[in-house]
Structure formats: C-alpha cells, structure tokens
Design a protein around this ligand. Structure first.
Ligand SMILES: Nc1nc2c(c(=O)[nH]1)N[C@H]1C(S)=C(S)[C@@H](COP(=O)(O)OP(=O)(O)OC[C@H]3O[C@@H](n4cnc5c(=O)[nH]c(N)nc54)[C@H](O)[C@@H]3O)O[C@H]1N2
Ligand SMILES: Nc1nc2c(c(=O)[nH]1)N[C@H]1C(S)=C(S)[C@@H](COP(=O)(O)OP(=O)(O)OC[C@H]3O[C@@H](n4cnc5c(=O)[nH]c(N)nc54)[C@H](O)[C@@H]3O)O[C@H]1N2
Ligand code: SF4
Ligand SMILES: [Mo]
Length: 690
C-alpha cells in the first residue's frame, strides 16, 4: 500500500493548525501533524488528530436530493440545478429579490465565500447575506471598528508567548483554541501571570494564577472598575494616550464612579481582587487580552468589546509583541468569510456600502442593473421569514436549526419558507426542512484557502475525490449562477477565483497561490507582491483617518433577561473540547463521539443540593421559549445561580432555551445569558434513560 501525505489545514477551529492527511487507496486513513507549521509546530488537539474520521462516513451526502411528495428523493445535478434556478427566479420575480436570504459558511474557503456573496449580490440581487460570524464575533467587528478602525486580532499567535500578563476573559482557550492555549502555557513557564475571568472554573481557569469567578453578564462592570483603578492610581500610559489616542477625558469621566466596590455588587468579585488584577495588567510590562464568546455573545457585546479596547489603550498594550486585543476567531475560516464580505453591512474587504461602492462593484462584476445595499442579519432573516417577508433561503454550510437562538422560532421560520436549499456534507437538522439538498465536498476533497484567527491565509489541498456526485461548493455555486444565466461565473479552478478576489479585496492584493506554498502562508494586510504580510497590526497607528485610537466610554447594562422568582437561574452556553458546534462532524467521528456522547447541564453543587439533584439525574431545564431534558453534572466549578449547557447536542439543544434579544449595534443574540428554571425529572438517572 502506497501512503501519500497531503499537507493541509484543520477544518475545525480558527487556530488554523497545519496537518498532513495520510492517504492510501483513494481514502484518507489518518492525520499526521505538520512539524514545521508556524501555528501548531507538530502538535494537534483531539479534533485535529481525528479530522479524517468523518470524511468517509456512510452518512455523507452523495447525490442531490429533491423533495417529492414530501420526501427527499435522489435526483441528478441537472434536475436539481434547474429546479433551484427556476424556483429562485420565480420567487424573485413574484416577490422581489429582497424575499431571498443567503447564509454563507465559515467552514468553506475564501474562494467559495467570495463567490457566494457575488452570486447573492450580483445574480440573486439580494442584500441579505450573512453567516455565523453574526453569532460569534460580530460584536468584535463593531466594537473594534469604533475603537481601532478595524476588527481583527491585532497580534499573532506566537507572540502570546512574549506576554508578561495574559488576561483571559470569556474564552475557554484550553478547550476551544487548544493550540493557542499551548502558547499561554509557554508564556507562563517564562513567568507570565495568567488571569482568567469566567463564571466557570473551566479547563482554562485551571491553568490560571488568578481566577476571577464573575457572574455572567458582569464584564463591563469588571472592566470599567479596572480602568477606574488604573486611572485613580496613576498607572495609565500617558505617553501612549497622548500620542496615539483620543477621548481619554471622556473615558476618565465615564469610569469616575465605577469603583471596585460598585463592581463587586454586580459581578460578585471582591473589590480587592479587582484592584489586584488591574495593577498586574497595567504594570506587567506587556499584557495581552484574549477574549471570545463570553464577551461577544451578549446584548451588550459591543459595549463589552469597547471596555476591553479601552483597557488596552489606557495601558499602551496595543501594537507591540506580547500585548494586544486578541479576539480568538472561532471557525476555521470565519475571518476569511468576513474578509470576503459575507456580511449584510459591508462589501468584500470591509468596504462601506455606499452609492459609490455599489456602482464600483457593479462594474467590477459586470452585472446588469444595480448591486443591492444593506441587508438583514441572521436572526433578522429568520424574523423576516416568520413575518412572510423572506420566502426563500439558500443555506450553505450552516446548521441554524441547532445553532441559532430560540430553536422553536427557527423551526417555524424554516417550515414556513416557500423554498429552502441546503448545501452541506451531511443531512443536517436544517437540511431536513429543505426542498433541495446539494451535496458538498469536505476540506479534504478540494483546493482553496482558509484565513485563521491571526489573519494568516493558508492553502488547503485536495487529497481525495468527493464521494458519489458530491462537488466542491465553488463548483456548485458556479454551476448554479451559470444555470441562472449569469456571466462571469465560469471558473476552471479555485486559483482563478482567488486571483479575481485579490483584485477586489485590498488586504489580499499581494497574495497568490505560489506564495502560499510556504508553510507560513501570508498574514494580511499584504498590499503588494513584495510585501511580507503583517503579523502585528497598529504598530504605528490605528485605522482611523488620523491614526488615533478612540476611547469608547460605556456603562454597565444588565442582560436582557434577568433571573426572577419563576426562572431563578442564569443559563450560559458554550463548548466542550471533543465536540464542535452542531456535532455534524464530531458526532460522526467515533474517537471524538466516544468521549462525550450526549448533552448535560452543569449545576453548582450548592444549587443541586437545594434542589435535591444528584450527579447524572435527569433534569428538565425550562426557559420562556422552550424546555429540554438532560443529565445533571453537579460540580463546584461553576458560580452559584448559574448553569451551563454545551450546545452541541440536537436532542437536548441548548438553543431551545436561549434568547433572541439582540445587541443594538452588532445584532448579536444573547447566547450567553437567559433565565431558566430546573426541575428534577423524578425517578430517572441518565442510566435509567438509556
Ligand atoms: N472544541 C471546540 N472548539 C471550538 C468550537 C467548538 O464548537 N468546539 N467552536 C469554535 C468557535 S466558532 C468559537 S466562536 C470558539 C469559541 O470559543 P470560546 O468563546 O472560548 O467558547 P465558549 O465555550 O462559547 O465560551 C467561552 C467561555 O465564556 C464563558 N462565559 C459565559 N458567560 C460569560 C460572561 O458573561 N462573561 C465572561 N467573562 N465569560 C462568560 C463560558 O463559561 C466559557 O468558559 O471556539 C472555537 N473552537
Ligand atoms: N447556544 C449557543 N449557540 C451558539 C453558540 C453558543 O456559544 N451558544 N455559538 C455560535 C457560534 S460562535 C457559531 S460560530 C455558530 C456555529 O453555527 P453553525 O455554523 O451553524 O454550526 P456548524 O455545526 O459549524 O455548521 C456548519 C455546517 O457546515 C457543514 N460543513 C462542513 N464543511 C463543509 C463544507 O466544506 N461545505 C459545506 N457546504 N458544508 C460544510 C457541517 O456539516 C455543518 O452542518 O453557532 C452559534 N450558536
Ligand atoms: S486547535 Fe483547532 S485548528 Fe488546531 S487541531 Fe485543534 S481544532 Fe484543529
Ligand atoms: Mo464562532
């Protein structure tokens, strides 16, 4: 048997680790870490190690499916493309192009996302294109755009090693970004102080020097109090503030009353701890903030991000190695999907939507008629579907029936659509509502590029053929656009699409496939062919016209839904190491699935005792939107009054409970806080259920 190693990039998280697919007989047999890769240096987490296991799953979609007499039935590509093309054209004709919504995919390549938004805007003529970034770092994009003028991670993964203090707030780095966590351990072994602020004493907190068990939703209160301490004790970086920022006086006024004592009442953290961490953060000589969903997924997400940026600018911790504001991007290519403009409020390269830019894109894409303006976001699209305004949706590589808040509402919206197309590698919970299902290729079955959390553009390479008649997403979109009569969609390869997109996306202008053959890829912005790429942003100036960073004063606002007598607990949701999102891939990977097979709810042992709940008892968790039953995990590792449910398990879907209250700026739903009640389901334990 001849073995072949194909170097490529992990299809799961935004770390973007390099791995080699071990291939023989036209199949992927295993994974070998990539030793010289700049992110992971020969290490992988369990998901990367077993990334081959879902590829040849017997559940893979191998042919297009069309709903006939209520049943999804095998069809040919010409039949499926004709039907999709005719139905979308008909609905556009009858109800206007604004009646179509498109969801792009942070799992797909840059080339595919570029093509999909071009298809949406230039062919379907709909403004409604969005993707899971809305539920993820949209608050980062809006928050950092205000403060710094652009919303990406400012530093590089490797530089985290150089930090003297690492302040991790709302990120479970050790489970969600394990190969970034490795850099935290390296920094710590060189003496860095690690501070973790999280309502759970999670795997990350176990590696902290100082653990700050704040109540979910208390972040602005904590961060403002830290700024208050820094200013009242004169620990701010005056040189940096004077030379590189605007609005310091406004911030000073805004936090004047935000004493640690006031924050203690909101967050449950001792005022003395708040003073201690503020001093360490301000005086370490190089402090990096790492944050993720614990910060962004709130109706105050943008405020939370502003409060973080304020703290970093106040202490001069931006633009140098081992410092910075580091939003850890989630999906393998969520950075790229945003860069490519799969967002309803910006064009590719984050170009503002104006009359000028609309006509420029119309010219670049040689489209007849106009390019539409701003569109609706993910949650707004489902509301519009329920209200009858959106009639058709084209969902590529997303599973909103499990991942979007308030599942009951999403199901009603999907059910009510006149026409739904789902393009995926598996028959997901969302695909079950589809009129047409299109079978896509996995990461191992096509070429293209992913952009990781540190803006590193990297090549993925085809290792094996897709099963049956499955096709790469770029090919499907290109065939569909051509079927609909569009010109300019006939591409021979992903490289051709990439060469086109580098003329459209300024940050990628100097990148081409030959340059990406190096293991280190290229970090954008890369304005020219001779430009080496940019590992650290804002070394000299921020992205505002005058180069200054802007302090964005914010005040604490409570979450949209507070616990009360009827729903006395705060529910927070998130991830575990072995599973990924809606589980479509990890639950079909035997090695990963074998680790954790079903959902659970973490309950503080103090609360559990009061409710008479023991380990593995079945518990009913109810919110104003729905209820689920799952096993109890009684633990000391969560603050009292708060419960945690991972959202990976469709049969006990956390999102049946979550709230669709939105951040007014980013339109982020409040996935990290809602009010619930708990009841023991009498006479049952998990074993008894099985
Ligand atoms: N294993 C695994 N890895 C993943 C993913 C996965 O599904 N599985 N998904 C990827 C994606 S897309 C993303 S976006 C990232 C997400 O990565 P993370 O954001 O790190 O993951 P989460 O588990 O959603 O939440 C992080 C932490 O926020 C805490 N938290 C909850 N509420 C609050 C709050 O109000 N304040 C603070 N400070 N903390 C709070 C939770 O207790 C949790 O420990 O992970 C990526 N990596
Ligand atoms: N309660 C709660 N809900 C959350 C979150 C939370 O913390 N709590 N987090 C939110 C966040 S941060 C995120 S990012 C979202 C994620 O939400 P989703 O993006 O909806 O979740 P995934 O399971 O990653 O869905 C990706 C789909 O793409 C398919 N796929 C994989 N590769 C390919 C490919 O190459 N081509 C195609 N066409 N399909 C492919 C997979 O089978 C899967 O069905 O969930 C959000 N929802
Ligand atoms: S850390 Fe992320 S990119 Fe690296 S192997 Fe694990 S899941 Fe894949
Ligand atoms: Mo995410």
């Amino acid at each position: 048997m001849e073995l072949r190693l194909v170097p490529t990039i992990c299809p799961y998280c935004g770390c973007g680790c390099g791995l080699n697919l071990v291939c023989a007989d036209g199949r992927v047999k295993g994974v070998e870490p990539w030793k010289r890769h700049p992110v992971n240096e020969g290490k992988l987490c369990p998901k990367g190690n077993f990334a081959h296991e879902f590829i040849h799953s017997p559940d893979r979609l191998t042919a297009p499916l069309i709903r006939k007499n209520g049943v999804l039935t095998r069809a040919t590509w010409p039949e499926a493309l004709k039907l999709v093309s005719e139905r979308l054209a008909e609905i556009r004709e009858k109800c206007g192009s604004e009646s179509i919504g498109v969801l792009a995919s942070a799992r797909a390549t840059n080339e595919e996302n570029y093509l999909l938004q071009k298809f949406a805007r230039a062919v379907l003529k709909t403004p409604h294109i969005d993707h899971c970034a809305r539920l993820c770092h949209s608050s980062t994009v809006s928050g950092l755009a205000g403060a710094f003028g652009s919303g990406a991670m400012t530093g590089s993964i490797k530089d985290i090693e150089e930090a003297k203090c690492i302040f991790i707030i709302g990120s479970n780095t050790f489970e969600a970004h394990p190969l970034i966590a490795r850099r935290i351990l390296k920094a710590r072994s060189k003496g860095a102080v690690v501070i973790v602020a999280d309502p759970r004493f999670n795997m990350t907190a176990r590696h902290a020097d100082i653990y700050v068990p704040l109540r979910s939703g208390g972040d602005v209160a904590l961060l403002n109090a830290m700024a208050h301490v820094i200013i009242t004790e004169g620990l701010e970086d005056r040189r940096f503030i004077d030379a590189r920022t605007r609005g310091f006086e406004e911030l000073k006024q805004a936090v004047a009353e935000c004493t640690p004592e006031r924050a203690e009442a909101i967050t449950g953290i001792n005022a003395s701890t708040i003073r201690e961490i503020a001093r360490i953060y301000a005086t370490s000589g190089g402090s990096a903030i790492l944050y993720s969903m614990g910060i962004t997924q709130h109706s105050t997400g943008t405020d939370n991000v502003h409060a973080i940026a304020n703290l970093a600018m106040l202490t001069g911790n931006v633009g140098k190695k081992g410092s910075g504001v580091n939003p850890l991007r989630g999906q393998n290519n969520v950075q790229g999907a945003c860069d490519m403009g799969c967002l309803p409020d910006v064009f590719p390269g984050y170009r503002q939507i104006t009359d000028q830019s609309r006509s420029e894109f119309a010219a670049a894409w040689k489209t007849a008629g106009e390019i539409p303006g701003q569109g609706l976001t993910v949650v707004e699209m489902f509301d519009a579907a329920l209200g009858g305004k959106i009639k058709a949706m084209y969902v590529v590589g997303e599973n909103p029936a499990v991942s979007d808040p308030d599942t009951g509402k999403v199901e009603r919206a999907l059910d009510g659509l006149e026409f739904l197309v789902v393009q995926d590698i598996f028959l997901t919970e969302t695909a079950k509502y589809a009129d047409v299902v299109l079978p896509a290729a996995t990461f191992a079955e096509r070429d293209g590029t992913f952009t990781n959390t540190e803006r590193r553009v990297q090549l993925i390479r085809k290792a094996v053929e897709p099963p049956g008649e499955a096709l790469p997403d770029w090919k499907i979109i290109s065939m569909l656009a051509t079927e609909m009569g569009a010109e300019g969609f006939e591409y021979g390869s992903p490289e051709q699409i990439f060469d086109e997109l580098t003329t459209i996306v300024p940050q990628y202008r100097g990148i081409n496939y030959p340059r990406l053959l190096r293991p280190e890829g290229v970090q954008w912005p890369c304005p020219g062919a001779l430009h080496p790429g940019t590992p650290t942003l804002f070394t000299d100036g921020f992205n505002h016209p005058d180069g200054k960073g802007i302090f964005m004063p914010v005040q604490y606002r409570p979450p949209a839904e507070q616990p009360d007598a009827e729903y006395p607990f705060v529910l927070t949701t998130g991830r575990i190491l072995f599973h990924y999102h809606t589980g479509s891939m990890t639950r079909r990977s035997p090695s990963l699935d074998g680790e954790v097979r079903s959902g659970f709810v973490e309950i503080s042992s103090l609360d559990a005792r009061r409710l008479g709940i023991r380990m593995d008892d079945m518990v009913r968790v109810t919110s104003r939107r729905g209820q689920i039953e799952l096993a109890a995990r009684v633990t000391d590792a969560i603050v009292k009054g708060t419960v945690f449910i991972p959202f990976h398990f469709a049969e006990a879907a956390a999102n049946r409970l979550t709230n669709t209250a939105l951040d007014p700026v980013s339109k982020m739903p409040e996935l990290k806080v809602c009010a619930v009640k708990l009841e023991k389901v009498t006479g049952t334990t998990q074993e008894a259920q099985e």
